[in-house]
Design a protein around this ligand. Sequence first.
Ligand SMILES: CC(C)(COP(=O)(O)OP(=O)(O)OC[C@H]1O[C@@H](n2cnc3c(N)ncnc32)[C@H](O)[C@@H]1OP(=O)(O)O)[C@@H](O)C(=O)NCCC(=O)NCCS
Length: 174
Amino acid sequence: MTPEIEFRCTETRDLEPLRQLYVDAFPDEDLFPLVSSLLGGTAPVTSLVAVSGGALAGHVIFTRCTVEPGDFGVALLGPLCVTPELQQSGIGSALVRSGFDHLKTAVGCVFVLGDPKYYARFGFKPDHLVETPCPIPSEWKDAWQSVRLDDGSTVITGRLIVPDAWNDPSLWSD
Ligand SMILES: CC(C)(COP(=O)(O)OP(=O)(O)OC[C@H]1O[C@@H](n2cnc3c(N)ncnc32)[C@H](O)[C@@H]1OP(=O)(O)O)[C@@H](O)C(=O)NCCC(=O)NCCS
């Protein structure tokens, strides 16, 4: 990890730089409308940026959600991105771990739909007890993962209830 990276919560001035960061990190997919909608919405989010030399180097957002029935408080991780020239230097991992630190007193479990080869390093494991808000392709079933931030004593089972911005089937398939 290069020492000059600063990690902090997202601020209003970050919105336009975030647009460019998402264009650079996801050249084939436009995830900025999702990010913008989450940042401007009413559901609580934990949104963190990495800053290098005054420019945004990475971003992660965690959306607070519930699992019903039971109303268990959880978070959904994503999107996560790092500017291409600074990838593979620990920034993505630091953003995820920093998010866990922010969330651990508020939520007991974090969900993600992503590559298990990347997310396993944070303790994520395939979750077959909680349904995704929209259908995912069957070949992605192990990409739907969760990690407990609490002691895991309550079994979480049901369906993830997300704010409207996440209720778009195209975000869950492709
Ligand atoms: C995926 C991403 C966020 C990882 O962040 P990063 O800062 O580059 O990754 P880190 O430095 O924290 O971790 C590097 C490790 O992750 C692995 N890794 C990185 N991207 C990966 C991917 N898409 N799939 C599997 N492993 C991946 C690297 O091989 C490396 O492994 P090692 O530690 O065993 O050597 C970043 O590469 C990125 O923004 N990619 C484009 C956007 C994207 O695909 N986001 C995915 C989530 S929506």
